[in-house]
Design a protein. Structure first.
Length: 510
């Protein structure tokens, strides 16, 4: 998961956590040591009290002065700080009792020389406890036998430790604040500020200020980073300038290639026109030569004139098709009903001899939206595709004409800047928007197109028809017309099985 915190925040947070952890550990450790030392001192006092009690009880019981134990016991309790005491003789009878001993002895913390010491309450992080419970008997080798139990209060060391705890906590807080403040200050001065200067310099370079460089003031890792950053910026500037030079050379070369390819295309067009016009011009020249020599038969003269007129019409058609390639239409565009235009075009073609034995099946979608286009040019495209289909079938067969709509992705216009909220904003941000297209499909059952020829059918002057039956400009001109209005023509074909031409039209102007 990517962090959303800045490096300053992360480092400061780390300093605070480490400081609090270290100071907290030291504080707890110090309190624990103080508590252990205080408890050890109290244990020593409890052992001393047990030894004194042993001597006193041994003397009192040895002399048969059991009745005097009451006075000795209270004096002993006051002198050694015992809060409760109980003494039993060898028979188990209580010979002295003062105060109330607890029923729960607690945790044993010391044992030796016949003295057992228990701690009631307390523990790790719970304080020293409330009291010590001590059990002891007569000293080994003594002349009497007894059991004694007493308690020693830990209230005094608990109060002392509580005061020490407050002091250590206050010390830890003040120490933490000082360490954190100094850490943040040195972090800001020696790390954060230089990094921010580097960041600012990088932003300026990214914005186009290639002469900007980072200031190197230190001879440490940050200074080394700044020096390497400057080296990188120098190389970046050199590379950008080199790329600009290469780009300028590429643009110049591209323009030269464009000029060359344009001249080559014009040359190919001119050669194609010359080739196409050459045959009818030769025929016209021959017919004129015959007429110049004279023809005796009037019927033969009329036939020659008709043939000459047909060849001249053929030349005119070739030149007109050539001019239609680049001549802009001056007719105003309007909404065209594609279904109605198809019916009208088929009605016109029904009188053509090529369509005499051709059956046309119409599968027209009712709710086809209109397209904005030059109606005459679109009719020219439909007629050209339909005539090609009829000729491919040899004048006999079925052509299926269908209309439909299809949603396709479109790219924004190159060179146009888009802003958020504009229609092309999604496309410019890498999310291509969809647009509805009108699709007109022409499916024939003709001879099809060879695989090696299908990629060339839209080239100018390419034709698979016999000489004199086609100029090779029909599909070239049709593709140009459709592309002018933001559409395209797609083709699929299998040799000896037929072809499918799809005319893709935008609903609006491109």
């Amino acid at each position: 998961m990517r962090s959303v915190l800045g490096i300053r925040t992360q480092l400061v947070t780390g300093i605070i956590i480490l400081t609090l952890a270290a100071i907290g550990f030291l504080g707890i450790f110090s309190i624990s040591i103080i508590q252990r030392n205080a408890l050890s001192s109290k244990l020593f006092e409890a052992r001393k009290a047990a030894d004194i009690l042993r001597v006193t009880l041994d003397d009192a019981l040895k002399g048969g002065e059991a009745s005097a134990l009451e006075g000795y016991g209270r004096e002993l309790m006051r002198s050694v700080g015992i809060s409760a005491l109980r003494v039993k003789d060898r028979s188990g009878s209580v010979v002295f009792s003062e105060g109330r001993l607890p029923t729960d002895k607690g945790e044993m913390i010391s044992f030796g020389d016949g003295i057992k010491i228990y701690r009631i309450g307390g523990g790790w992080l719970k304080g020293p406890g409330t009291m010590l419970y001590v059990e002891t008997g007569a000293k080994p080798g003594g002349t009497t036998s007894f059991d004694a139990a007493f308690t020693v209060s830990l209230a005094d060391i608990a109060s002392s430790i509580s005061g020490m705890q407050r002091f250590i906590v206050l010390y830890a807080v003040v120490d933490s604040v000082i360490i954190i403040a100094l850490g943040v200050y040195f972090l800001s001065v020696f790390i954060i500020r230089p990094i921010r200067r580097l960041e600012s310099t990088a932003s300026l370079i990214a914005a186009g200020d290639l002469d900007r460089r980072a200031v190197v003031e230190r001879d440490d890792e940050i200074g080394s980073l700044a020096a390497k950053f400057n080296t990188m910026a120098d190389r970046l500037e050199e590379e950008i300038k080199r790329l600009e030079r290469v780009n300028a050379e590429l643009v110049e070369t591209q323009e030269e290639l464009l000029r060359t390819s344009t001249l080559a295309a014009v040359g190919r067009l001119a050669a194609g026109i010359a080739h196409e016009i050459g045959n009818p011009l030769g025929a016209v020249s021959g017919y004129l030569d015959i007429l110049r020599k004279g023809v005796d038969d009037e019927e033969e003269e009329r036939d020659i004139l008709e043939r000459t007129e047909r060849e001249i019409s053929r030349i005119n058609r070739i030149v007109r098709d050539f001019l239609d390639i680049s001549r802009p239409s001056d007719k105003p565009l309007r909404e065209v009903d594609v279904n109605a235009l198809l019916r009208e075009t088929l009605a016109l073609l029904s009188h053509d001899s090529t369509f005499r034995d051709v059956e046309v099946e119409l599968l027209l979608k009712d709710d086809i939206p209109p397209v904005i286009i030059d109606e005459d040019k679109l009719r020219q495209v439909f007629m050209n595709i339909l005539l090609n289909a009829a000729e491919a079938m040899g004048g006999t067969g079925t052509i299926v004409v269908a209309t439909s709509t299809e949603a396709r992705p479109v790219e924004p216009t190159k060179g146009v800047k888009v802003r958020k909220g504009d229609p092309d904003f999604g496309a410019a941000m890498g999310r291509r928007r969809m647009r509805e297209f009108v699709v007109v499909t022409f499916r024939d059952s003709g001879c099809g197109i060879r695989k090696e020829d299908i990629g060339r059918i839209f080239d100018p002057f390419f034709t698979t028809k016999e000489p004199g039956k086609g100029t090779g400009l029909g599909l070239f001109v049709s593709q140009g017309i459709i592309k002018t209005f933001g559409g395209t023509i797609e083709v699929e074909s299998t040799e000896d099985e037929g072809s499918v031409f799809r005319v893709i039209l935008q609903r609006g102007r491109s």
